[in-house]
Design a protein around this ligand. Structure first.
Ligand code: ATP
Ligand code: MG
Length: 414
């Protein structure tokens, strides 16, 4: 029965994988916070225009990946495929522009209708930071530094390299666009159908084509850096100088373009060779024109999004769940006190496992299965003396501890 399968491109995240996700998200949140980025969230869906008018009408997302549905009144809504457009919408509709600059951190699920494969799903998760209202190259340096520190804090910094490019300002872009139209126009018949359609509307996107035939042409295409005007060239130099100063290694990749139309100047991707074709783990850039495109005040901005699934796969090991304290009543008469004691210990912040039934033997087996750190044995002898027997499950050493000192005593095991 197909209805009992998860929908194609969606997955259940069971506890072990969830712990990986949590490690990624909590680390990112914590690192971003140190730079002053505050967590916020935008809705899971928006009016379709928020995405279709901003991401670019030839972008993969808008042309084929959006989950769009119509309401009874004909209003069209779209599940968010990314965070930036929604956050900029929030900036404008919430009148936040007067508080610029703003720094936001965001984490949550995104939806894109694409071909599922390892590291590519239809529902996936992103971490995201946005720095709004900062036009200086230092802004780009900062967001890249945040990304770099997150990768290091996750212990995967060595598995990813930073690729960097400049997409210039609108003037440089127009100049480069002209050159590209000419170049690809000369090879029109060798382009894929998709790219031929892009030729008229957005030739830059051809550089991002995943089609093998296009790739050959792209490799020999003129490069953006030759067409940057002085301002853009200087801007890019300052971003690189900032990264050099911080000792953040990068490779300039003149072929790097981002899939979305709203980028200007800085574009970057942290890529890994460990995930097959899905190598980009964290990617972003500067998007000075986006707020204005949406009808808001011109707002320089920069940021990135990271793929939680891909980052989680790079973690060497899944974090372990906390080791509980196993509370074990011996005999029915002791079950009440075991229940109450467990409650008290949990209230004092300890992780406690209390089985629901079974004799000593069965409960000890459970304690081992739960990887318990220590067992608290409560039998009638203990009760009479107001103590509990503690058994260190790693060493087997036992001791008796007064019940009213138990929480304090157990803290050393957590
Ligand atoms: P790709 O070239 O892999 O399709 P993208 O350019 O579409 O990536 P972005 O829009 O920049 O991706 O999103 C930022 C990050 O989110 C990516 O670098 C990747 O790690 C992750 N990501 C994007 N799409 C997916 C997906 N369908 N499934 C899982 N992760 C994804
Ligand atoms: Mg994509």
């Amino acid at each position: 029965m197909t209805a009992l399968q998860p929908v194609r491109g969606t997955r259940d995240i069971l506890p072990e994988e969830m712990r990986r996700h949590r490690r990624v998200i909590e680390t990112a949140r914590w690192v971003a916070e140190r730079y002053g980025y505050q967590e916020m969230a935008v809705p899971l869906f928006e009016f379709t225009d928020v995405f279709s008018r901003t991401l670019g009408e030839t972008s993969d997302i808008v042309t084929k990946e959006m989950y769009t549905f119509a309401m009874k009144d004909g209003e069209r809504l779209t599940l968010r495929p990314e965070a930036t457009a929604g956050i900029v919408r929030a900036l404008i509709s919430g009148g936040l522009s007067q508080h610029l600059p703003l720094k936001f951190f965001f984490a949550g699920p995104m939806f894109r209708y694409e071909r599922p494969q390892k590291g590519r799903q239809r529902q996936f998760h992103q971490i995201d930071i946005e720095l709004l209202g900062v036009a200086e190259p230092q802004g780009d340096v900062e967001v890249i530094a945040v990304g770099s520190q997150i990768l290091d804090a996750l212990g995967i910094g060595a598995k990813a390299t930073l690729e960097l490019n400049s997409l210039g300002d609108p003037e440089s872009r127009a100049a480069y666009r002209g050159v590209l139209v000419e170049y690809f126009g000369d090879h029109r018949d060798r382009l894929s159908d998709d790219s031929r359609a892009r030729l008229e509307r957005n030739p830059l996107r051809i550089l991002d084509s995943k089609n093998e035939g296009d790739r050959g042409l792209v490799a020999a295409a003129p490069v953006f850096s030759d067409y940057l005007n002085d301002y853009s060239r200087d801007y890019f130099a300052k971003v690189r100088a900032g990264l050099d100063l911080l000792g953040i290694a990068y490779q300039v990749n003149p072929r790097l373009v981002r899939g979305l139309d709203y980028y200007t100047h800085t574009a970057f991707e942290f890529v890994t060779t460990e995930l097959g074709a899905q190598g980009a783990v964290l990617a972003g850039g500067r998007y000075d024109g986006l707020a204005e495109t949406m009808g808001g005040p011109a707002t320089p901005a920069t940021g990135w999004a990271g793929g939680v699934e891909r980052l989680a796969m790079l973690l060497a090991v899944a974090p372990e769940p906390p080791r509980p304290i196993a509370v074990i009543p011996i005999g029915e008469a002791c079950e009440g006190i075991a229940l109450r004691l467990s409650e008290d210990l949990r209230r004092s912040g300890l992780v406690v496992d209390l089985g629901f039934a079974g004799n000593l033997n069965k409960r000890m087996k459970r304690a081992n299965k739960q990887n318990a750190r220590v067992a608290v044995l409560l039998g009638e002898d203990e009760l009479a003396a107001n103590v509990a027997t503690l058994r260190d499950l790693d060493t087997g050493v036992q001791e008796k501890v007064a019940l009213d000192q138990l929480a304090e005593h157990l803290a050393q095991f957590s």
